[in-house]
Design a protein around this ligand. Structure first.
Ligand SMILES: [Zn+2]
Ligand SMILES: [Zn+2]
Length: 175
């Protein structure tokens, strides 16, 4: 029996923007009398601020033959950008299924709008208390399944790298 040739599939996107979430962001900004519009071009060019952080959400694997029931992530990498003229956008990085490696686009929760609005308010000089969601993630972060890590825009991946570097410096400088 010959094995079927692996079919060349079109490249799966490694990140997405969520312009439909703009209403939620706008609602949170209104409290501070800020009125941003969504910048449709997903690129750094022209941006005056960018910030890498993470949000929460859920992934479902679209591979019908995959046994995964999907997964939740406390650390979905996101890059928030601000442009002149009260414009902004945010790129959300996809993750790979641990069971079959297929790229998956997340279903986001309220943390998207909260974090984006928080960052924009900060950039606009609004005095803010630290958000509640600044807790640390429990499990290890699977960098090989995170497109944010691969693109060098994952705050969680960088945090872990920092910890590893600190640990190895510590053991090197031991005696
Ligand atoms: Zn899968
Ligand atoms: Zn990552």
């Amino acid at each position: 029996m010959t094995r079927p040739k692996p079919q060349r599939k079109p490249q799966q996107p490694k990140w997405s923007m969520f312009p439909l979430m703009h209403d939620n962001v706008a609602f949170l900004l209104e409290v501070e009398d800020l009125h941003f519009t969504f910048h449709d071009l997903d690129e750094d060019i022209g941006s005056i601020q960018t910030y890498d952080t993470s949000i929460m959400g859920r992934f479902n694997c679209r591979n019908k033959r995959c046994e995964s029931n999907g997964w939740s992530s406390m650390r979905i990498a996101i890059t928030i950008r601000m442009y002149p003229g009260e414009q902004y956008n945010a790129r959300v990085y996809h993750q790979r299924c641990i069971a079959c490696n297929l790229l998956s686009k997340p279903i986001l929760d309220d943390s998207y709008a909260e974090r984006v609005a928080y960052r924009l308010k900060k950039w606009c000089g609004v005095e803010l208390e630290l958000p509640e969601f600044s807790g640390q993630s429990k499990g290890p972060h699977a960098k090989e399944f995170c497109e944010g890590c691969k693109a060098g825009h994952c705050s969680e991946g960088r945090r872990i790298d920092g910890l590893v570097a600190a640990l190895s410096n510590f053991s090197l400088g031991g005696i």
